[in-house]
Design a protein around this ligand. Sequence first.
Ligand SMILES: CC(C)(COP(=O)(O)OP(=O)(O)OC[C@H]1O[C@@H](n2cnc3c(N)ncnc32)[C@H](O)[C@@H]1OP(=O)(O)O)[C@@H](O)C(=O)NCCC(=O)NCCS
Length: 412
Amino acid sequence: MKGDTRKIVQMKKKGINDIDNEITIYKGLVGIYIDETLISYIDGVNGKLFYRGYSIEQLVENSTFEEVTYLLIYGNLPTKSQLDKFKELLIQERDLPDNILSILKSFPRKTTRIELLRTAISALSLYDPDDYDYSEEANIRKGIRIIAKIPTLIAFAHRIQTNQSFIEPSNDLSLAGNYYYMMTGKKPDKEFEDIFDKVLICHADHSINSSTLSCRVTVSTLSDIYSGITSAIGTLRGPLHGGANETIMNQLITEVKTSKNVIPWAKKRLENNLKIMGFGHRVYKTWDPRAIILRNLLKKIYKEAKNGELVEKISDTGHDHKNDDYSFEMIEILKDYMIETKGIYPNVDLYSAGLLHSLGIPIPLFTPLFAASRSTGWVAHAIEQLANNKLIRPRLKYVGELERKYIKISKR
Ligand SMILES: CC(C)(COP(=O)(O)OP(=O)(O)OC[C@H]1O[C@@H](n2cnc3c(N)ncnc32)[C@H](O)[C@@H]1OP(=O)(O)O)[C@@H](O)C(=O)NCCC(=O)NCCS
């Protein structure tokens, strides 16, 4: 540390412009506004979230994922005929080019599903009929194709990886219902379809989170929208962001195992300065409203699980619900412990993990599912960014040495 300070002083003596005490560093861009948006608003103090001015609670209660997708992209709720047309478009665009299927089949087995998705989206750009048309209309068409194809991509990639046959989408189901069906092989009943739809709505947008920032940075160079979404997926997969849901559920199942182990496990992690995924947030300093919504849904499912109705309904994930503590119980103990001891609240990932697990979604699909939903927000943000673009390019304060003397390799 002392050495670093000395170097900076030396550089200042040399009159280097940027090495200047006036520079304020906002590490991690904490608290920085990089632009204005009309897409979503987070009130981190009061735990509120709005998409295009509508509260998340209202949308979860009354809307569907298709309608929310329309809202986020176009800015207003659709009329009945606009929505019908939009749904039809999503159905028309959901199939994958044969070459993409061949690529999916060629990927190494045991690759994480989110990596498969990232790579496949990048490849998909090569088959887009709008090709190198970068107009807003073409970008919207490309964005809708991406949103429509992601569920098929994830479901097919997962089934290839697990040596199962493809399940063609059914025309009787919504996007959420079909997605569930193509992944798990089980047609959800109306209740499950609705819950799954609500999970997708909850993840659809969240202002300038890390993956959305990546997307906006990429398109701000006037690169294409597929590159924006590919960057975003790569960013989402980290456990500090969308990968948190898979990490916490894997830990609950493989490390914690039963309710009585929750507190000792959490205590040990915190003593070792390790984070507990599914808790904390850069913006919310109270309950994440999405966590509240998903918790209520999970509570309902848990009741069904307790009296044995749930096992009948879900697809077989290989997780034996009969002989262990249900994830809800473990999650609730963890939630109370974290709030009481650290004052840190659950975020959306904790309860989406519990809920998706209860719904029978295989854990490797949790983060891709987040991506499927968030692709809607990414597309809306890419379009907003390009409508009034400014290259996103912050600075880093250099704190290393300058004017070092180059020594020929033979003399080092
Ligand atoms: C989301 C997250 C990255 C936000 O981080 P941030 O705004 O940079 O805040 P920090 O990581 O600096 O956390 C602030 C303090 O709270 C603690 N903290 C935050 N989240 C924590 C968690 N999940 N487990 C344990 N401690 C946590 C930090 O250790 C830090 O403590 P310190 O001040 O004593 O060093 C962070 O809360 C986190 O890593 N959570 C777990 C991952 C997760 O669930 N991500 C999904 C987000 S939707």
